[in-house]
Design a protein around this ligand. Sequence first.
Ligand code: 5GP
Ligand code: ZN
Length: 134
Amino acid sequence: MTDCLFCRIVAGDIPSRQLWSDDRAIAFLDLNPWQLGHSLVIPRRHVVDGRQDTEAWREVAAGLTAVAQLVQDRLGASGVNFLANSGAVAGQEVFHFHVHVIPRYDDNPGMAGLSRRDPQAAADLDGLAARLSG
Ligand code: 5GP
Ligand code: ZN
């Protein structure tokens, strides 16, 4: 879909800081991270959200574990939140299925760390992408 932001990222028409990909899904850094290394995993095909599409979850599954492992190994994350906002009422703003992988660190535990954008985590997305990819 040419009017879908994430389809355009999949197509390479809009740049993203990609961390991982396979033939069914890609993972890239979120532009407005809540935590250092906050990433999105999306299926290559256009799916609005995951509520009625079991296959979409299968498509992103390998990326979810890959990114969780990357942020643990390279950024020292002690945990992650996997989050899929589904429907506008749930806070979904981009209507192409995506699962947030939000790394969590020992100095900022609990649900409070999920409630807002962190400008510090957005300070050097290029440097971060270099640490996480390759
Ligand atoms: P939602 O609220 O739909 O669950 O999350 C959409 C996410 O996409 C937000 O966290 C937002 O920061 C991120 N986002 C929106 N536009 C772009 C973009 O052009 N590039 C990247 N990398 N992330 C984006
Ligand atoms: Zn799309």
